[in-house]
Ligand binder design. Structure first.
Ligand SMILES: NC(=O)c1ccc[n+]([C@@H]2O[C@H](COP(=O)([O-])OP(=O)(O)OC[C@H]3O[C@@H](n4cnc5c(N)ncnc54)[C@H](OP(=O)(O)O)[C@@H]3O)[C@@H](O)[C@H]2O)c1
Length: 195
């Protein structure tokens, strides 16, 4: 499970806390809530005491709510404007979803996106794009949260290295991460990369 953490975990942490400065009591809208970054971000935001709203496809609702989202928006069926104002938007999708999300950010709030640099920004807020940076100390902290049960990486499949290419070609939608197992150690799986 630790193999699911490095990129997704650090990205979620840096987006929510280093860039958006999310704090207790704030409301955060997390797009792509069932994805690799989204599943971690929901849990981190919930633990800090934020009010979390997840978005995604209809099938993603139960997972998002089970991880700590208080509400869920089906991007194919619901109206994003019904969310009202939020302090922080974490966008992993870009495009039209990103554009519509700028209108939801309350004055002084932040839209942080990891998809593409935004061409629009909230009227009285910030829009930030960043690329995740390595952080050994934070990664150790996230791994410790997993060990102690505070954080649960969602791993939908573990595939052998020989199937790596096909694993990255989508056969069907899966939540969280797919792990490629590159070595076997003392009978224990030793996954070392994430996708
Ligand atoms: N800037 C950085 O440092 C950084 C770091 C990590 C990741 N990224 C990028 O961020 C993006 C997200 O990463 P991830 O690992 O979380 O990806 P992911 O596991 O594929 O998760 C994305 C989620 O968003 C959903 N989604 C996408 N478009 C949607 C739409 N139009 N309506 C509803 N749901 C939609 C996906 O559902 P479906 O599966 O149904 O499409 C999926 O559940 C990727 O593009 C990745 O390359 C950037």
């Amino acid at each position: 499970m630790a193999a699911a953490l490095p990129i997704s975990g650090l990205t979620a942490w840096q987006a929510l806390f280093d860039h958006a400065h999310l704090t207790t009591g704030q409301t955060v809208l997390i797009h792509g809530a069932a994805g690799g970054v989204g599943t971690i971000a929901i849990q981190l935001a919930r633990e800090v005491g934020a009010h979390v709203i997840g978005t995604g496809r209809a099938d993603d609702r139960d997972l998002a709510l089970s991880l700590g989202a208080r509400a869920f928006v089906d991007l194919d069926a619901d109206d994003l404007r019904d969310v009202g104002e939020v302090d922080v938007v974490l966008d992993v999708i870009g495009g039209e979803i990103l554009r519509r999300s700028t209108e939801l950010v309350r004055p002084g709030g932040t839209l942080v996106t990891i998809a593409t640099p935004p061409t629009v920004q909230p009227k009285d807020g910030r829009a930030i794009f960043f690329v995740v940076e390595p952080d050994r100390v934070r990664l150790a902290d996230l791994a410790d949260r997993v060990r102690t049960g505070r954080l649960k990486p969602i791993v939908s499949a573990v595939r052998p290295l020989s199937e790596a290419a096909s694993a990255f070609v989508r056969q069907r939608r899966t939540p969280g991460k797919t792990i490629i197992q590159v070595a076997q150690e003392q009978g224990m799986p030793h996954p070392t990369t994430e996708g």
